[in-house]
Design a protein around this ligand. Structure first.
Ligand code: SF4
Length: 397
């Protein structure tokens, strides 16, 4: 009976019908991994038909590592006054955007810690400086918890902060900081960070203002499958709302597994082996996300945390986008320095083609910039540039 029920639900999902949370949970717990993958791949073909796998040429920039929030899974932050604390200068960040533009990049994803002292004028001045000097680069900056921190520091409302930043050049918000949208888990691993409603409120306001947004999720905090489903349902509900209200919802969903090492409190904990998730769990979760997030057009691979081979496999589990080049990345790399790897545009082409798909470069809104039908064209895209993420001038504006 249960098996029949699983088959019925897989067929229902593969046909594009909406699953209830209870049905999703049943599939999550009971369905065979490969059956889930096939259903998710069928839904991928409904939402994004064809053989193209997209990617974005972008760069992460971390403007400051100063943070007051002390998340247990973070190896990146430093307290104010620490010898390794930094705030990058406008010129230093601008130099990184110039390097990005020189290899055909179109988007910077800029995030930082929760700095307790930087004023609003520092952020708006930075956005204006970058927009003026590097107009070809779209500015996707400041995850929801940073926006909430700014609202606290500036004594402004969330809409007021977002409106000021948008006027200065902000185009979108990264989806970072969602981790698990379940307050019981958030209270354990990041008790000082905004709770579920706070994250969703910032995204709702950003979408109302027409900003680009994406949604993220991290599994492996010891959460239950029901808690994972709740996260997905919260995203689906907000997406329903925003699309109905103003036609601007999340562009994509991306999930990954907790990364930890002796650089993080989680990794140093005597319970560290309780945290994390296997690649099989990642693939199962990816497939469930594709089935449940029926109002999300795109799902991104996380090769940064899973490695390029699992990134390839995930293309058969509902993923249609290989993510981005991340020419610079300082957060995952400091939580999982032993497994972290970088990949350039040419390497991404290789992995996409090797999995049987055609690579296509896109922009933040998933408009296709170039489809690489001809394999020989892959030889013309830049290789991984020499840019290294580790040298950050310790300067403040
Ligand atoms: S994850 Fe973000 S908010 Fe948490 S400690 Fe690190 S920098 Fe701060």
């Amino acid at each position: 009976m249960a098996e029949n029920n699983v088959r019925y639900l897989l067929d229902k999902a593969a046909a594009g019908e909406r699953l209830t949370p209870e049905e999703g949970l049943h599939l999550y717990a009971e369905a065979d991994l490969l059956d889930l993958g096939m259903a998710a791949d069928a839904v991928r073909q409904l939402r994004v038909p064809g053989n193209i796998v997209t990617y974005l040429v972008d760069r992460n920039v971390n403007y400051t590592n100063v943070c007051t929030t002390n998340c247990q899974f973070c190896g990146f932050y430093r307290p104010l006054g620490h010898a390794e604390a930094y705030v990058q200068s406008y010129e230093s960040i601008g130099q990184r955007l110039a390097e990005l533009a020189s290899v055909g990049g179109t988007r910077v994803l800029m995030q930082g810690g929760h700095h307790p002292e930087l004023p609003l004028s520092w952020y708006t001045g930075l956005l204006r400086y970058l927009r003026e000097n590097h107009p070809s680069i779209e500015l996707d900056c400041f995850s929801p918890s940073e926006i909430a921190n700014m609202a606290d520091v500036f004594s402004l409302s969330i809409p007021e902060v977002l409106t000021e930043l948008k006027a200065a050049g902000l185009a979108g918000l990264p989806g970072g900081g969602a981790e698990i949208l379940d307050d019981a888990i958030r209270s354990q691993v990041s008790p000082l960070k905004q709770k579920t409603d706070g994250w969703l409120t910032v995204m709702r306001e950003a979408q109302r203002l027409g900003l680009a947004t994406s949604a993220t999720m991290v599994i492996g905090f010891g959460e239950t499958l029901a808690q994972r489903l709740n996260h997905l349902m919260r995203l689906r509900d907000l997406q329903d709302y925003s699309l109905a209200e103003h036609g601007n919802g999340f562009t994509a969903f991306i999930s990954w597994t907790v990364q930890h090492s002796d650089m993080t409190s989680l990794g140093r904990s005597k319970f560290s082996t309780n945290y994390g998730a296997t690649s099989a769990e990642y693939l199962r979760h990816t497939a469930i996300a594709r089935l449940m997030l029926d109002n999300f057009p795109h799902l991104q691979a996380s090769w940064v945390t899973q490695g390029p081979k699992i990134g390839q496999v995930s293309l058969k589990f509902g993923i249609d986008d290989f993510g981005s080049t991340m020419l610079e990345e300082n957060v995952v790399s400091q939580a999982a320095y032993d497994t972290y790897q970088r990949m350039g545009e040419r390497e991404i082409h290789h992995y996409i083609r090797d999995a049987g798909y055609v690579p296509a470069k896109r922009d933040t809104r998933y408009n296709l910039l170039k489809v690489f039908d001809d394999p020989t064209e892959s030889d013309t895209v830049p290789t991984l540039p020499e840019t290294q993420p580790t040298v950050i001038p310790l300067m403040a504006n």
